[in-house]
Design a protein around this ligand. Structure first.
Ligand code: EPZ
Length: 422
């Protein structure tokens, strides 16, 4: 298995361009199943999770061509030949769950393995299922599979008991072809959900209220295949700003929507970093006076849980006390043990982490436990004294395109060692 070797201490500088958003691309690729014909998607990042979702839609009957050097994915949809998604695909990636909405909408059945828990928490799917039920689907759990059936989906009024990115997207994909009007309350407002909505609108769906708590959808009979370009990845953009922060470097992150990372840039300014923004770029530079701060992860536009682990690495280097309250996932502190091994002074009390800034981190062999925990270790490695060896880097391959190449271009001493330690 490949590893990263990072010799820390280099101040990063220069420009980095952000790839397409993984968490927008995943539902959009699946939503292409809603129309017969050829969909062309641009700005699709070349990531493991993207390859998994491509395998999933091919299993259902789509044919695809992925031009990874151009980040373009062509998807041809004719007959949907399968309504089931096997356990193997689901256990590789939970987002495979997104096939449920389109399958129910198009062929009235979906047999999808019930996802188990994952490294960051239990992650139930009850909100998705209750939404499908509200639209008339009958749902049974048999032998570890969820079997959903709906002769025809009917528009419904449904209030989600909790804000969920996945449930908002999944139910929206089901509702666009349902008969009548669907009103969804307590919706996720994440840019990824809005991007999916914009894609569906371009296909001919009738949706209003995207980016608000209430989304209304008037079902249509048919959608058309279109060409569409995915938004930039705000979590990748944020991770690079944090790489600038932790190395006290000067970085310009290009092809980003600054409003998508407002909670992060506000926090970095509170700490004392200097931020400049343009229409599609954000620059970070250091300052002499840095001080600890407090964040709480929340649904968009709050501070994203996906940047909680990466910012914790930065907090380990900020003088004073920093506090993180994680409210989205119950087990999203798996990076803490590894950061402590690198010298981080971190105390956990339930869902609260208290991080005391230390003078310097020191390199150690560490292991990624999930995608964003992995990013936090890479950031720590960039700042630590000595050579950090990071194992299980397949986690970061799931969500960061060309991570080591992009960091090298900013001056980082990071090497991907092929076939390194498991
Ligand atoms: C999406 O996951 C992202 N994944 C996650 O990114 C991200 O961390 C998360 O949203 C929160 O922003 C994708 O977009 C593919 P949720 P999702 O449904 O949709 C609970 C990454 O690193 N919940 O918004 O699964 C759930 O357990 C990944 O890129 C239920 O209780 O998240 C959580 O506590 C990791 N029942 C909360 O809601 C449900 O039916 C929010 O989860 C659904 C969710």
């Amino acid at each position: 298995m490949d590893t990263y070797e990072i010799t820390g201490g280099k101040k990063l500088s220069g420009d980095v361009t952000v790839s397409g958003a993984k968490n927008a691309a995943l539902p959009i690729i699946v939503a292409s199943l809603l129309a017969d014909g050829e969909t062309i998607l641009k700005n699709i990042p070349d990531l493991m999770d993207i390859r998994t979702i491509i395998t999933a839609i091919e299993h259902l009957g789509a044919s695809t061509e992925f031009h990874k050097e151009k980040n373009t994915l062509k998807i041809k949809v004719g007959n949907i030949k399968n309504a089931d998604l096997p356990y193997d695909l689901m256990k590789t990636m939970r987002a495979s769950y997104y096939v449920m909405g389109p399958l129910l909408a198009r062929i009235g059945e979906a047999d999808v393995s019930l996802p188990g828990g994952c490294a960051i928490g239990e992650r139930p799917v009850d909100i998705h299922l209750a939404g499908f039920e509200a639209m008339g689907a009958v749902i049974k759990l048999e032998h570890g599979y969820i079997k959903a059936r709906a002769k025809s989906l009917k528009g419904a009024e449904y209030t989600m008991r909790k804000i969920s990115v996945g449930a908002t997207a999944n139910i929206m994909m089901a509702a666009v072809l349902a008969s009548g009007r669907t009103v969804l309350e307590n919706c996720a407002m994440e840019p990824d959900v809005v991007d999916l909505g914009n894609f569906l609108l371009k296909m001919g769906a009738r949706i209003s209220g995207l980016g608000t708590e209430r989304i209304e959808i008037e079902g249509v009979k048919k959608l058309n295949p279109v060409e569409y370009s995915i938004i930039p990845d705000r979590i990748e953009a944020g991770t690079f700003l944090l790489a600038g922060a932790i190395t006290r470097g000067k970085i310009k992150v290009s092809r980003v929507v600054p409003e998508h990372i407002g909670a992060l840039t506000d926090t970095l300014e509170e700490i004392g970093f200097r931020l400049e923004k343009g229409p599609d770029w954000v620059k970070i530079s250091p300052s002499q006076k840095l001080q600890g701060t407090k964040i709480k992860t929340l649904p968009f536009p709050g501070f994203p849980t996906d940047l909680q682990a990466p910012i914790m690495s930065v907090f380990t280097t900020i003088p004073g006390i920093n506090v993180i309250i994680e409210t989205i996932f119950e087990n999203r502190f798996t990076h803490v043990g590894e950061l402590r091994r690198m010298g981080g002074d971190i105390t956990i009390e339930g869902n609260v982490a208290i991080i005391k800034g230390v003078k310097g981190l020191s390199a150690a062999p560490v292991m990624m436990s999930d995608l964003r925990a992995g990013a936090s270790l890479v950031l720590a490695g960039l700042a630590a004294k000595g050579k950090t060896e990071i194992r299980r880097i397949y986690h970061s391959d799931r969500g960061y395109e060309k991570l080591s190449e992009k960091l090298q271009a900013l001056g980082a001493d990071i090497v991907r060692v092929r076939g390194g330690n498991p």
